[in-house]
Ligand binder design. Structure first.
Ligand SMILES: [Fe+2]
Length: 533
C-alpha cells in the first residue's frame, strides 16, 4: 500500500494508543493551552508567569500571552484564535477597561467558549456582585486573595470548562455534519453512483478532521487524511473512489478483506484499526458487508469520533443499499419491457431490429428536442412497446396479406386501446402506456383512437409517431420495397403540421442531417439543401 503523502515516510508514533482520551480531542495533543493575561502591572504578569510555570492539564502545558492594556489584549486576541482562558484586570487604561473588554469578547465577537476571569486589585471600582450580575464572566477574583495555589486551581478549573465546552462543540459539529450529509446521500440519481462514492469519501474525511484531530508528530498535517471507498463484488473489493491514495500497489486488499471477515463475524460495524494510521469502516447491511471505507494517516481516533464515523457508515451503507435496490428495480422494469416488446414482435411481421431502431431514434429525437437523458431513455424504452396491443389482434386480420376491409381495419384500430389496457396494470409503465395508446393520433386531430389534437397528444407518442412511420417507410415489407432514406425524410416533412408535430419533425430531421453531414451522405444532404429545419 502506498499513500502519496510525505507523511508516509514518517513512522507512526510508537508510544501512543490509537485511541485518544476524549479530552484530547480538543486541539492537537501536545499543543499547550493558550492563556491570556491582561494586566497593566508588570509585577502581576511576572508572578502569574512564575505561578503557572510548570502547569499541566490533560497532558498539555500552558502558553502565556501577556497584554498591558485592553487594547493590546484585543490585538492579541485577533492574532490568536485558540485562547482558552483570559485573566483580566479591571482598571487599566480606563477605570472599566477590563469590563469593556469582556463585553467586546462576549457581545461583539460573540465568543462564548473562552473562559473569562476578572482579577482586580481594586474591588471598589468593580464590586463582585455588580460585575457578576452585569458581565458574562466565569469567575471573579480579588488579587489580594489570589495566592499561587489559588491561581493554579482557578486556571485549572477554567481550562477544564473550556475543554468540555469545546468537546461539546466538536460533537455538535460532527453530528450536524452526519445529519446534513444523510439526506443528500439519497438524492444522487442512480446513474451518478460514482459521484455518490466521491461525496461519501469527502464527507467522512471532513468528519474525521472535525471529530478526530490528528496528533501532531513529525510532518503529519490534518490535510494529509486520505482514503478510498470500495464495494464488495463477488468477494473481491472494487475501488469506487479515492482521495490521496495510490492504488497501484494493493497488498491492502487482502488485509482489508480479512478485517471485513472479522468484523462480520463479530457483527462489529464500528471503525477498526487495520494498521498504524489506517482505519477501516465496514459498510454493513443486515450485518453483511457490502463495502468499506478505509482512511489513511488517521493516527488517533477519539471515542466520539469513532461513534460519529459509525453513525456515518450506517447512513452510507443504507444509501448504498437504496441505490442497489433502485437499480435492481429499474433492471427488472427494463427486462419486463423487453419481454413485452419481444412478445409483441411474435405477433407481427416486423423484426426485433425495428423496435431497436425505433428506440434509438426516439432517444436521439427526444435529446434533440432538449429532453434530459433520463427522460429520453424512458421514452426510448417506452417506444419498444408501442404495438404491444397487437397481441390482442387476431392473426387472420393482423397477418392478412391483402387489403383490409373497413371492419378489419376497425379491428386493427383497437390495438392502441388493448396496449394501454395491458400496460395500465403497472404504474411504472406510464410513458409506455401513453405511447401505446396515442402513437396513431395525428397532430391535426384526424388520428385514432381518440382524435387527440396538437399537444393533447403526449410528447413521447408524437415522437414515436414520426419515428415509426419513417422506419416503416425505409423497411422492406412483403407488399412493398424499402424507400430510400431521402424519400422517406421528404415524406415525413410533407406530414409536418398535419400528421406530425412540426417541432418533432424538425428535431427528427436535424438528427438525420447531423448524421448525413458526419457521413458525407450527399443524397440526404440534398434533402436539406436550401432549407432551414
Ligand atoms: Fe401501431
Amino acid at each position: 500500500m502506498k499513500i502519496i503523502r510525505k507523511s508516509m515516510v514518517t513512522p507512526p508514533p510508537q508510544d501512543s494508543s490509537l485511541i485518544v482520551p476524549e479530552g484530547d480531542a480538543v486541539g492537537r495533543r501536545g499543543d499547550p493551552w493558550t492563556v491570556l493575561v491582561v494586566d497593566d502591572d508588570p509585577d502581576i504578569l511576572a508572578v502569574t508567569r512564575i505561578s503557572l510555570k510548570d502547569f499541566h492539564f490533560s497532558g498539555r502545558s500552558v502558553r502565556l500571552l501577556c497584554a498591558g492594556s485592553a487594547r493590546e489584549a484585543l490585538e492579541i486576541y485577533h492574532r490568536e484564535p485558540e485562547i482558552a482562558v483570559a485573566l483580566i484586570d479591571v482598571v487599566m487604561e480606563t477605570d472599566d477597561a477590563g469590563l469593556r473588554l469582556v463585553k467586546t469578547i462576549r457581545e461583539e465577537i460573540k465568543n462564548q467558549t473562552i473562559r473569562l476571569i476578572i482579577r482586580t486589585g481594586q474591588p471598589g471600582h468593580a464590586p463582585e456582585r455588580f460585575v457578576i450580575d452585569n458581565y458574562d464572566i466565569d469567575d471573579y477574583k480579588d488579587k489580594t486573595e489570589l495566592t499561587s495555589i489559588k491561581l493554579y486551581t482557578t486556571v485549572r478549573s477554567a481550562l477544564k470548562s473550556y475543554r468540555d465546552l469545546k468537546l461539546i462543540e466538536t460533537n455538535r459539529q460532527g453530528l450536524e455534519m452526519v445529519l446534513k450529509a444523510a439526506p443528500g446521500m439519497y438524492l444522487h440519481p442512480v446513474n451518478e453512483i460514482q459521484v455518490f462514492f466521491k461525496d461519501a469519501l469527502s464527507q467522512v474525511i471532513r468528519l474525521c478532521q472535525t471529530a478526530c484531530p490528528i496528533v501532531r508528530h513529525a510532518e503529519v498535517d490534518p490535510g494529509d487524511l486520505c482514503g478510498f471507498v470500495a464495494t464488495l463484488e463477488s468477494g473481491d473489493l472494487k475501488i469506487r473512489a479515492t482521495v490521496g491514495w495510490d492504488m497501484r500497489e494493493q497488498p491492502w486488499a487482502k488485509m482489508v478483506l480479512a478485517r471485513i471477515d472479522k468484523a462480520t463475524a463479530t457483527g462489529c460495524s464500528s471503525p477498526v484499526v487495520i494498521a498504524p494510521g489506517q482505519v477501516m469502516l465496514p459498510l454493513l447491511v443486515h450485518h453483511k458487508p457490502i463495502g468499506v471505507i478505509v482512511l489513511g494517516n488517521l493516527f488517533h481516533l477519539t471515542d466520539n469520533g469513532r461513534y460519529l464515523m459509525e453513525v456515518f457508515a450506517i447512513q452510507c451503507a443504507s444509501a448504498l443499499e437504496n441505490f442497489r435496490l433502485y437499480d435492481e428495480l429499474e433492471g427488472a422494469n427494463r427486462r419486463a419491457m423487453r419481454m413485452l416488446a419481444v412478445a409483441a414482435e411474435f405477433k407481427d411481421t416486423e423484426t426485433g431490429d425495428h423496435v431497436k431502431r425505433l428506440s434509438r431514434q426516439t432517444i436521439e429525437t427526444a435529446l434533440e428536442l432538449g429532453c434530459s437523458e433520463e427522460v429520453a431513455l424512458e421514452m426510448g424504452q417506452a417506444s419498444m412497446m408501442h404495438d404491444i396491443g397487437k397481441i390482442g389482434i387476431p392473426d387472420a386480420v393482423l397477418l392478412k396479406p391483402g387489403k383490409l376491409t373497413d371492419d378489419e381495419f376497425e379491428v386493427i384500430k383497437s390495438h392502441p386501446g388493448i396496449g394501454a389496457a395491458i400496460l395500465s396494470e403497472d404504474g411504472n409503465f406510464k410513458v409506455a402506456l401513453q405511447v401505446a395508446l396515442s402513437h396513431h393520433e395525428r397532430w391535426d386531430g384526424t388520428g385514432y383512437p381518440s382524435g387527440l389534437k396538437g399537444e393533447e397528444i403526449p410528447l413521447a407518442a408524437r415522437i414515436v409517431s414520426v419515428v415509426d412511420v419513417f422506419d416503416a417507410l425505409v423497411s422492406a415489407r412483403p407488399y412493398k420495397k424499402a424507400w430510400p432514406v431521402a424519400d422517406a425524410l421528404a415524406e415525413i416533412r410533407r406530414g409536418s403540421g398535419s400528421h406530425f408535430d412540426p417541432t418533432v419533425v424538425a428535431a427528427f430531421l436535424r438528427t438525420h442531417r447531423h448524421r448525413a453531414e458526419i457521413r458525407g451522405d450527399d443524397a440526404i444532404k440534398e434533402v436539406f439543401s436550401g432549407r432551414t429545419i
